[in-house]
Design a protein around this ligand. Structure first.
Ligand code: NAD
Length: 499
């Protein structure tokens, strides 16, 4: 299938994707695939006003009925999984299996949210006063702005939108300027669900195309009480304070620098497979990519001897082709960033295996990189930094406590894991003195989270939680209610106040 066929299979017409000022390129071969029209501030403000209007009626629709819309969205996504997955691959460069997996995550969160729409539970609370009842209830919040990154063009939107919609909040989506077509295609799928649903207000989902200035309008608007932003820590540093300044709620999902400890008792076969999938998958461009491998000295040589040849024969190429495991980096800047990090690592005493450009003759305008393993003498500044490319830094440890300390000594706190069959170590890793990350796994890599759990991380990863567990509470306002059904008016804390 040609690029145009992939785009038109998602229902996007030539007139929609031509004639604008935002140039979209596919990282597959670096060619231009669209020129989209962007929105100015007045347009975005009009969209926000439309979202506010939609909120006035959507918040009154019973939550299980709101869930029906998300159920229909899940159905439409099932029908379009192949087409949308292919478009994600074309735009973001991840291999087709991962493009399809991303759409499956959207379907999974829809299923989760449908169940949730009948379970937005509050609490009943024991009142200290005679003839009084206390409870906690949850109400819709308002318009939810969702800003997303290029590397997961659609799933993080769904983690937010499926919850926001059942919670009664309309959504305005600002996708990455590098992957806007996947967002437009998703909006088309959503429109089909809306048509089947029937009586929804207009403006429940609006997509706004543009760069960071576009996102800034949502970030600064008092009419957008929730801003959920996925992207780099630099972006979170700009967005967080702006949302806080107006007392909005920010859900920040930022960079990761994810580590794996491999202990002496580890099943090395399992560890090897997990390392390769999580370090080179999506060409090292997952927020949860494995970037730091902390090996016990007793397994160091054995594991590296196995790992380096696997890296050397990795199938790098067109992510739409069968059998390929590593697709391209998103653009030239990403490739330059990878080279710069490798140079710095060498200066710090690192020994580099792999790295460099692949397939330059075949794809002169694209940037395929050979994944790199770097043996580091210590955790220098470059290792503590998230370079969004397939670089795996490897370090050695002797004592378990040293491994945990090394693991936690980075500014980010997203995903982590340990390979060990020693229950003392694995439980210690998951304990209060173990991993300081939002996600901590045992005998499984750091990436590939299921939607049932809350997703997010600590420190410079931003602290936000999306997806499963009780992440839905981030999209609603909590209200504490006290009801007096007695004939007296006793005050709390036994206070006497007679008039
Ligand atoms: P990015 O920060 O360059 O851009 C992300 C989004 O934020 C884009 O839509 C961009 O237009 C917007 N944006 C940037 N600055 C903004 C501002 N000041 N105000 C409003 N919007 C702004 O990130 P990227 O290069 O697209 O994605 C890669 C980064 O995202 C990596 O750091 C990765 O770890 C992170 N990421 C995190 C998660 C997570 O769940 N924690 C998931 C995916 C990606």
């Amino acid at each position: 299938m040609g690029h145009r066929d992939i785009i038109s299979a998602c229902g996007l017409t030539a007139s929609e994707i031509e004639g604008g000022t935002l140039t979209v390129r596919t990282p597959v071969d670096g060619t231009e695939i669209a020129r989209l029209k962007t929105r100015n501030t007045a347009d975005i403000q009009a969209m926000i006003a439309k979202g506010v209007k939609a909120f006035e009626s959507w918040r009154q629709v019973p939550a299980p009925r709101r869930g029906e819309l998300v159920r229909l969205l899940g159905e439409e996504l099932r029908a379009e999984k192949k087409n949308l997955g292919r478009l994600v691959t074309l735009e973001a460069g991840k291999i087709l299996q991962e493009g399809l997996g991303e759409v499956q995550e959207m379907i999974d969160i829809c299923d989760f949210a449908v169940g949730l729409s009948r379970q937005l539970y509050g609490l009943t609370i024991a009142s200290e006063r005679l003839g009084h009842a206390m409870r906690e209830t949850w109400h819709p919040m308002g318009v939810c702005g969702v800003i997303t990154a290029f590397n997961f063009p659609v799933a993080p939107w769904a983690w937010n939108a499926a919850l926001a919609l059942v919670c009664g909040d309309p959504v305005i989506w600002k996708p990455s300027e590098k992957t806007p077509l996947s967002a437009l295609a998703t909006a088309r799928i959503f429109e089909r669900a809306l048509a089947k649903f029937g009586d929804a207000p207009t403006g429940l989902l609006q997509v706004v195309i543009g760069g960071r200035e576009t996102g800034q309008v949502l970030v600064e608007s008092r009419d957008v009480p929730i801003v959920s932003a996925t992207g780099s820590t630099a972006m979170g540093r700009a967005v967080g304070p702006k949302v806080a300044e107006r007392f909005g709620r920010a859900i920040l999902e930022l960079g990761g620098n994810n580590g794996m400890i491999v202990a002496p008792s580890a099943d090395l076969e399992l560890a090897l497979r997990a390392i390769v999938f999580s370090a080179v998958g999506t060409a090292g461009q997952r927020c949860t990519s494995l970037r730091r491998l902390i090996l016990h000295e007793s397994v160091y040589d054995t594991l590296l001897k196995r790992l380096i040849p696997v890296y050397e024969r990795l199938a790098i190429g067109d992510p739409l082709s069968d059998g390929v495991l590593v697709g391209p980096l998103i653009d030239a800047a990403a490739f330059a960033g990878m080279n710069k990090a490798l140079e710095q690592a060498k200066k710090d005493g690192g020994i580099v295996h792999g790295g460099g450009r692949a397939l330059a003759d075949k794809y002169p305008q694209a940037h395929y990189a050979k994944p790199a393993i770097v043996e580091m003498p210590s955790q220098t500044e470059i290792v503590r930094h998230e370079t969004f490319a397939p670089i795996l830094y490897v370090m050695k440890y002797r004592e378990f406590a040293e491994a945990v300390a090394l693991h936690n000594a980075v500014p980010q706190g997203l995903a982590s894991c340990i390979f060990s069959t020693d229950v003392r170590e694995t439980e210690a890793f998951l304990s209060a003195t173990g991993s300081d990350c939002g996600i901590a796994n045992v005998n499984i890599g750091p990436s590939g989270a299921e939607i049932g759990g809350a997703f997010g991380g600590e420190k410079e990863t931003g602290g936000g939680r999306e997806s499963g567990s009780d992440a839905w509470k981030g999209y609603m306002r909590r209200q504490t209610n006290t009801v007096n059904y007695s004939r007296a008016l006793p005050l709390a804390q036994g206070i006497k106040f007679e008039i």
